[in-house]
Ligand binder design. Structure first.
Ligand SMILES: NC(=O)c1ccc[n+]([C@@H]2O[C@H](COP(=O)([O-])OP(=O)(O)OC[C@H]3O[C@@H](n4cnc5c(N)ncnc54)[C@H](OP(=O)(O)O)[C@@H]3O)[C@@H](O)[C@H]2O)c1
Length: 319
């Protein structure tokens, strides 16, 4: 008999949402029960239909009409899209893994605080730049107290950036800077975030340059803790790499992080999609493991058990 899986849904059928669908299809712990957009002829919906996945173009109303279909939903719309639907998902008692930079729920970087998913009904996966930089910046901040300023700049291939990403670009900057501040303790006014999209037809892997300004650092202290953070990260983002050797010149530590994706839906160079989707799948699987481990009595039914233990009752007015 197949092992039980957690029923999940996706809202947002663009680049992020469709790649997530492919990652869920590979998962031993998750199964996609509803793939939802607002345009029945989107490429993502066509692809999902061809895979036999139930789809809807009714946006959040699809979940209102089927409140028991999914125990967890990945939001891959836009920051404004998520702000508009967050209360509805909360009233339905559906756990949210938010891949937009809406910052409705607490910020989550899996190698630092994956357990947020067990404690909160809505977790925010920050941004691709945040997932690429913060695991490293957090190690630096744990070793050196007197960081004066941090700047990060990510370089992405143009075909890896969807319209929603461009539409919520201000939220990208503010959420990434806020998350860097939260996970390093450096004041937000001293954090600078930049994003460059390649204009030529060249398809670079995602490359993020981190610059950390601080005096009197012994950079050798960084190497062992950084290696162990890298090992932890590569368990769910195999293409995460530090290019060359971190350097320290003129009171600035410089570290180059590259991310190569797994090529699930989008090509491998789109590490920016892969890193946030892999982070989202990682925490959803952690939650699924917790829930599925409770299912000692098969006959009681895993989904009833989830409903009993983790959900608030749906708000009947909304449902
Ligand atoms: N691309 C990246 O590198 C990246 C990395 C990390 C996080 N993100 C975040 O992930 C989100 C999606 O980015 P993307 O690059 O995948 O953009 P995208 O390709 O434009 O996909 C967004 C999808 O969401 C749909 N949508 C928007 N509002 C909706 C709503 N209210 N209900 C249902 N569907 C809705 C859009 O539908 P239409 O086709 O009808 O517009 C589109 O299919 C953005 O918030 C972005 O900031 C992106």
């Amino acid at each position: 008999m197949d092992k039980p899986k957690l029923n999940v849904g996706i809202i947002g059928t663009g680049k992020i949402g469709t790649d997530l669908l492919f990652k869920i299809n590979k998962s031993q712990k998750l199964q996609c029960k509803l793939f939802v957009g607002r345009n029945a002829s989107s490429e993502g919906i066509k692809k999902a239909k061809s895979m036999g996945i139930p789809t809807s173009d009714k946006s959040v109303d699809a979940f209102v009409k089927n409140p028991r279909a999914c125990d967890l939903v990945f939001d891959a719309t836009s920051a404004n899209g998520h702000r508009a639907s967050a209360d509805t998902f909360a009233s339905l008692g559906i756990k949210i893994v938010d891949l937009t930079p809406a910052q409705v729920g607490p910020l989550c970087i899996p190698t630092i605080n994956a357990n947020q998913i067990l404690q909160c009904n809505n977790v925010n996966m920050v941004t691709c730049g945040g997932q690429a930089s913060i695991p490293v910046l957090n190690v630096v901040a744990s070793l050196f107290n007197d960081i004066e300023a941090i700047s990060i700049e990510s370089h992405l291939a143009s075909d890896s950036v969807g319209q929603a990403t461009l539409d919520n670009i201000d939220d990208y900057y503010s959420t990434t800077a806020n998350a860097i501040s939260v996970f390093t303790g450096v004041d937000k006014d001293n954090v600078n975030v930049d994003l460059k999209v390649e204009r030529s037809s060249w398809k670079p892997d995602m490359l993020t340059t981190l610059r950390i300004k601080l005096a009197n650092a012994n950079i050798n202290e960084l190497f062992a803790p950084l290696q162990s953070r890298l090992a932890a990260l590569r368990e769910h983002v195999p293409g995460y790499n530090i290019v060359g050797t971190p350097s320290y010149r003129d009171d600035v530590i410089e570290i180059l992080v590259s991310v190569r994706g797994q090529g699930d839906w989008i090509p491998e160079h789109a590490g920016n999609l892969d890193i946030i989707n892999s982070a989202a799948i990682h925490v959803a699987e952690l939650y699924a493991s917790k829930v599925l481990s409770l299912s000692d009595n098969e006959s009681e039914g895993i989904h009833q058990k989830i409903a009993n233990l983790f959900r608030r009752e749906p708000n009947t007015e909304t449902a």
